[in-house]
Write a new protein. Structure first.
Length: 98
């Protein structure tokens, strides 16, 4: 579980990132969850954008992705989800202490 201090730190780190996944009208599916999990292992912090034509709720999609990948939702803002998961192989981000 991330503390507020850690979430604010990750929000600052994610500010310059571009979304690497988009959820469209096909919605959230198992293949996307696996791809997001692989991206989290490689990058630790990612942004996901929901397109206007999707039927998914942004917050619900964030929760489903977090549960499916073992990640944590850092922030949901507008149609963008920011996810964080500590990498086992490619540790890059050092979180502030709790």
């Amino acid at each position: 579980m991330l503390t507020n201090k850690q979430k604010r730190f990750l929000q600052r780190e994610a500010h310059h990132l571009k979304p690497i996944f988009q959820i469209g009208k096909s919605g959230l599916h198992e293949t996307m969850v696996h791809e997001v999990n692989a991206a989290l292992e490689a990058r630790e912090l990612i942004k996901i954008n929901l397109l206007q034509n999707t039927m998914e709720d942004v917050r619900e999609a964030g929760i489903q992705l977090a549960e499916g990948t073992g990640a944590e939702v850092v922030q949901v803002i507008g149609s963008t989800i920011i996810l964080y998961k500590e990498s086992n192989e490619n540790k890059k981000i050092e979180l502030p202490k709790k």
